[in-house]
Write a protein that binds this ligand. Structure first.
Ligand code: ADP
Ligand code: MG
Length: 240
C-alpha cells in the first residue's frame, strides 16, 4: 500500500528525510514516534503529496509519487489526513464540512453526500451535532468530525498527525476510542502520536525516527518491551 525506497527530502539545504526505506501493507496500523523535529510530519505529508520528495521512489496506493506526471486528484481520494488542529471550515456547519469534498472531488449528489456524512457522524458518536458550527463543539468533538470527514471520502489509507496533541486531557480518550475502532475495522493507518499506551495497544508496528532517519522499525510489543536501539531506549525512558 505504501512503499518508500531510499527516499530523501531536503528543505533548501536542510536534509529532513534521510534514506527512508519503509513498507506498509494493507490493513496495517503503524505508529511513528520520535523527538520533535525528527521528520515525522514531513514523512506523513509525503505520503499524501502535501510534500514532494527530492530523491528515491515512493509508491502509494499503486501510484508512483516520485514520477512527475500523475493524476493527483484520483490519488487524493484514496488518502485522508487528520491534523492536530482539526482544520475544519469555521463558517460551515459540521455536515457541510463533511459533504464538501465528496460533492466537489467525488461528484456525489448533495443528498448522497449528506447520507454518507450522517452515517459517519453516527459512527463517531455525534450525529446530533450535524447542524452545529465547529466553534460550538468541544475539541474532542471537532476532531471526531475531522475523522468523519476523512472517512466520508472512503479512503484506503488514513493518516493522523498528532490528532490528540491539541486536546484537553479529558477529551483524548474519546478520539482514541474512535481511532481504535477504525484500526479494528481493518483500515490502513499511519499515526504520529505521543500516546504510548494507545500505540502499544493498537499498533502493529512502531517506527522510531530521529534526525530524519528511521532508527528502529519493530513490532509494537517488541519495541515497547525491548527496543533494540539506544536512542529509542533513551526516548522511551524520558517519557516515563
Ligand atoms: P516532526 O513532525 O517530527 O516534529 P517535521 O517533519 O515537522 O518534524 O520537521 C522536521 C524538520 O524540518 C524540522 O527541523 C523543521 O523545522 C523542518 N521543517 C519542517 N517543515 C519545513 C519547511 N516547510 N521548510 C523548512 N523546514 C521545515
Ligand atoms: Mg510533527
Amino acid at each position: 500500500m505504501i512503499e518508500f525506497k531510499n527516499v530523501n527530502k531536503h528543505y533548501g539545504s536542510f536534509h529532513v528525510l534521510k534514506n527512508i526505506d519503509l513498507q506498509i501493507k494493507e490493513g496495517e496500523v503503524v505508529v511513528i514516534i520520535g523527538p520533535s523535529g525528527s521528520g515525522k510530519s514531513t514523512l506523513l505529508r509525503c505520503i499524501n503529496r502535501l510534500e514532494t520528495i527530492s530523491g528515491g521512489e515512493l509508491h502509494v496506493s499503486g501510484v508512483p509519487l516520485h514520477q512527475r506526471k500523475i493524476d493527483i486528484n484520483k490519488f487524493r481520494k484514496d488518502i485522508s489526513m487528520v491534523f492536530q488542529h482539526f482544520n475544519l471550515y469555521p463558517h460551515k456547519k459540521v455536515i457541510e464540512n463533511i459533504t464538501l469534498a465528496p460533492i466537489k472531488v467525488k461528484k456525489e449528489s448533495k443528498a448522497a453526500a449528506a447520507e454518507t456524512a450522517m452515517k459517519y457522524l453516527s459512527r463517531v458518536g455525534i450525529a446530533e451535532k450535524a447542524d452545529s458550527y465547529p466553534s460550538q463543539l468541544s475539541g474532542g468533538q471537532q476532531q471526531r468530525v475531522a475523522i468523519a470527514r476523512g472517512l466520508a471520502m472512503d479512503p484506503k489509507i488514513m493518516l493522523f498527525d498528532e490528532p490528540t496533541s491539541a486536546l484537553d486531557p479529558e477529551m483524548i480518550g474519546e478520539v482514541l476510542d474512535v481511532m481504535r475502532t477504525l484500526a479494528n475495522s481493518g483500515m490502513t493507518m499511519v499515526i504520529v502520536t505521543h500516546e504510548m499506551g494507545f500505540a502499544r495497544e493498537v499498533a502493529d508496528r512502531v517506527i522510531f525516527m530521529d534526525e530524519g532517519q528511521i532508527v528502529e522499525d519493530a513490532a509494537a510489543e517488541q519495541f515497547f518491551s525491548n527496543p533494540r536501539e539506544e536512542r529509542a531506549r533513551q526516548f522511551l525512558s524520558r517519557l516515563i
